[in-house]
Design a protein around this ligand. Sequence first.
Ligand code: PLP
Ligand SMILES: N[C@@H](CCOP(=O)(O)O)C(=O)O
Length: 468
Amino acid sequence: MRYISTRGKAPALDFEEVLLTGLATDGGLYVPETLPRYTPEELMALRGLPYDELACRVMFPFVEGSIPESDFRAMVRETYAGFTHRAVAPMVQLDANEWVMELFRGPTLAFKDFALQLLGRLLDYFLEKRNQHVVILGATSGDTGSAAIEGCRHSSHVDIFILHPHERVSEVQRRQMTTVHSDNVHNIAVTGNFDDCQKMVKASFGDQSFLGGKTSLVAVNSINWARIMAQIVYYIYASLALGGPHRSLAFSVPTGNFGDIFAGYLAREMGLPIQQLVVATNQNDILHRFISQNQYEPGKLQHTLSPSMDITISSNFERLLFDLYGRDSSGVVDFLEAASHGAVQLEETRWQGARKLFDSFSVNDQRTCEVIGEVYGETGYLLDPHTAIGVESARRCRRDVTVPMVTMGTAHPAKFPEAVSRSGVGVEASLPDHLSDLLEREERFTVLNNDLAEIQDFMARNWKFAED
Ligand SMILES: Cc1ncc(COP(=O)(O)O)c(C=O)c1O
Ligand SMILES: N[C@@H](CCOP(=O)(O)O)C(=O)O
């Protein structure tokens, strides 16, 4: 499998190289040159497989040529054996034809574990083979950070630096990152917002000279193709469990960086019968404005009760744009250039193309809490605020009640006690045993200004071989 950049000016790479690269050298994102496609018969043959086996079969074509199948299978098995539910991604029924797929049964209680626990193993595998050490740099609005740290904390081949917006992630999210005391883990609280953190990450990939040419950066955010690849699997798993490939499904996906829903889009491109994808956002609604009104204009970032989606510049939107432009990178480059100066619209026919599949909705904090309360009252099931936004958007945008609607349950409610408490349900979600003393553990992190030079200087001084 070869991968090409959305901006068309970077070299095509194989999986190993893509994994170890962040942004393409032209600033674009890597996508597969061609996608594997399934016939309905081939999808039928995948029905009933356990999650890990399905994951091997779906992902192997993307890594083929870079890793032997037996090594890959062993890593995938080990990854999903660490999840706490035997189904790995269980589904809970809320109503007739309405489901939540629980993607938070991994070690850090959010959907990021599906990709990042595997990504950590893949990195270690290739770096061991190459006898190489790298510096991971990531930005988090709360969940990517802990999942990436968990995936890499034991690796002697990486230093990991995670930037989070200071005082803008939940206490549980922060502690999941800052109470990991491995020498190779460096948590930085930035006095800015998530967009600032992500911008500094992307700028650092563009010019890595601050590391003195002694090492290179690797990405754990969803700019890294391996993140998207692993997320395709659970769309297929959901479909096959609910009657696919002979029945279409709709998905509602709480959306920030557009990585998760883009994986759903790719599953459909690969042949999965998906009738509708709902982009569910909080008050940071740029993607909702784009899908509903063809208006693309980043607004001012707002801090909400669903902090993981407090994002206004969604990295993976570029991957969708690439397809909406018929894989013509000059269209992508021109669109993004225009967007850097103000509001932009896509040509009507291209936008209508997106509208055939995508709907969208935006939910504010007050309504998010009400939905948590309503769903708890209806079913006794407790939603986290991100998933609540997904459920509300699903209900508002549903095209056809005979088509099963699956909302992606992206995080465990125990990560967001404030939203749960404000919803008035009168119950608390408790943390699982392995995190039960999280609030008593000692924290370690460094607060730095929202300043690229300051952050790069900190990294240059603190990675493992900085003195050499
Ligand atoms: C709990 C939760 N829900 C939803 C999202 C949005 O996912 P994506 O960025 O892939 O759109 C995130 C983070 O990105 C998250 O942590
Ligand atoms: N919501 C994310 C933000 C980073 O997004 P990513 O999927 O690109 O890593 C988080 O919780 O950190």
